[in-house]
Design a protein around this ligand. Sequence first.
Ligand code: NAG
Ligand code: NAG
Length: 278
Amino acid sequence: MPSNAEQRAWGCICKDEVQAKFSTLLSILLSAIVAHCGPACAAEVLTGPARIVDGDTLEVAGERVRLLGVDAPEKAQICQDAEGQGYQCGVAVMDALISKVGSLPISCEARSRDMYGRSVSKCSAPGVGDLGTWLVSNGYAVAYRQYSKEYIPLEESAHAAQRGIWAGNFQEPAQWRREQKHGNSTRQNLLPEMPSFSEEQQQLLASQKNRLQQLEEQPKLDHPAECSIKGNISANGKIYHVPGGRAYESVRIDLSSGERWFCSREDAERAGWREAKS
Ligand SMILES: *[C@@H]1O[C@H](CO)[C@@H](O)[C@H](O)[C@H]1NC(C)=O
Ligand SMILES: *[C@@H]1O[C@H](CO)[C@@H](O)[C@H](O)[C@H]1NC(C)=O
């Protein structure tokens, strides 16, 4: 069922708008209007290369676009992999989307707007198809049931095949966001369901609590505060800089070009980064 906002959006572009006055018939007419109003009713379409903002948000032609019906882990979210190790699932999903989509021309068709004014769209890329389908069927995002039922079967098969985040444990992104908002620490809420956390993970989760406080003061931080190692990609290759290092302060991290944050030297080395010469 389209939202009120969606109905208004469609209603105002259509010449047949007047029909909407028969308010009791509105919901029946809506589908007819959409089907018949031709080019005048065409939904807003954005095209061009995308900047990947996170696992379910892009910027296309200068506009923020939220993918319809899918919900990917947030950039600061930590999940457990199949071995029970914590990892930055939000960053991993974003990296996967960046590698898949790269600089391909994306086409996004707006279906509505969300409360932040972002267009909520279905987007596709040549050779990839619908990005929501790709994300959900690879286990990089869940079906966002409250907005669409379309991706539920894909989510179920990704879950059954333990793809992506389904290989381990994770918190539903919507739930994670709610708890961030209410100052509820990830640790408190994950522990009862996941009694098998190691010492190290408990420390990681505990440090999340501090990070949450910092996030509140600094809502645009694109990495957990304890993951402050900068993975830069320069002419000399993938070089990481630890806080206090010579060039640390001047290095800027551009996630969309594959640069990223690391939580430890080991993580950085494992991912193929080399430490900067001091
Ligand atoms: C934190 O989460 C728990 C369980 O999910 C809930 O019972 C509690 O009320 C929450 N606390 C706050 C401050 O939101
Ligand atoms: C980081 O990478 C950029 C290119 O992306 C490069 O221009 C810059 O010199 C690098 N910074 C350091 C300190 O190596």
